[in-house]
Design a protein. Structure first.
Length: 246
């Protein structure tokens, strides 16, 4: 009876620890954080490869770039030949992994088109749920740099070039990478802790405060203009006739 109680207690403790670890693995990583074992050991669905799955653990000792993309992003597609050339240039010292949140049927349909056949050599992760939680972003292309098992940086696609990769592989400790953190579109305006790092954000309008009731006005908090590589959100109060204020 005592042994059974001990086994049950150990099982309960293990399950509790496992339960507590799951949310922690889903938290966004910060620069310098080591990647959890879940990332290295997960079987990732992949397309345009001999196998249907891959594990990142095989490339753990390399400089790894996660290239987030989607089929509608022309900037992402335009960058694929550059990524392929850099991968060929640096060989087994570098691993560039294309990552898409779109499902396999969608990507298969795209790569079967005339436009998509130009990129048939691109091996891409499909159905991504893991990486987008660890490295949240609202636009693509978005590049995650991983070195020595840790998150090294996050940038836009323009910073992926021979110079930046060469600096990191040289091991000199210097890098010209400029960190890019994309805005949280659900977060408060101008109160982000990463405001100084958020790319191309500027306040280009002003706020009007009116005393009393604003007749004929309406509040819009979800106006969006979607662009490839970025998503910009505008919040505004509009009134039909400001002349009514006296």
């Amino acid at each position: 009876m005592k042994n059974k109680f001990c086994r049950d207690a150990i099982s309960l403790t293990f399950m509790t620890m496992l339960f507590l670890q799951i949310p922690a693995q889903q938290k966004p990583l910060k620069i310098g954080d080591p990647l959890p074992d879940q990332v290295w050991m997960s079987k990732l669905s992949i397309i345009n490869a001999p196998e249907k799955t891959m594990e990142l653990s095989k490339d753990r000792d390399k400089l790894i770039l996660l290239d987030f993309w989607n089929t509608w992003c022309s900037a992402c597609l335009k960058a694929f030949p550059k990524m392929e050339a850099l991968q060929e240039q640096y060989g087994d010292r570098l691993k560039i992994v294309a990552v898409s949140s779109q499902d396999r049927p969608t990507l298969e349909k795209f790569f079967a088109t005339k436009n998509g056949q130009r990129f048939k050599n691109v091996q891409s992760v499909t159905d991504d749920q893991l990486f987008k939680k660890l490295f949240p972003h609202v636009g693509v292309p978005f590049i995650v740099w991983i070195k020595d098992g840790k998150l090294l940086n996050t940038t836009d696609g323009e910073q992926v070039n021979e110079k930046t990769i060469g600096e990191l592989l040289a091991g000199s400790g210097t890098s010209s990478l400029q960190t890019v953190v994309q805005r949280d579109e659900e977060g408060p305006l101008l109160i982000s802790p990463d405001l100084a790092l958020e790319k191309e954000f500027a306040l280009s309008n002003y706020v009007f405060f009116g005393k009393g009731r604003m007749r004929g006005g309406r509040l819009r908090s979800d106006e969006r203009r979607r662009m490839c590589g970025s998503r910009k959100r505008f919040r505004s109060i509009r009134t039909g006739n400001i002349g009514r204020f006296g």
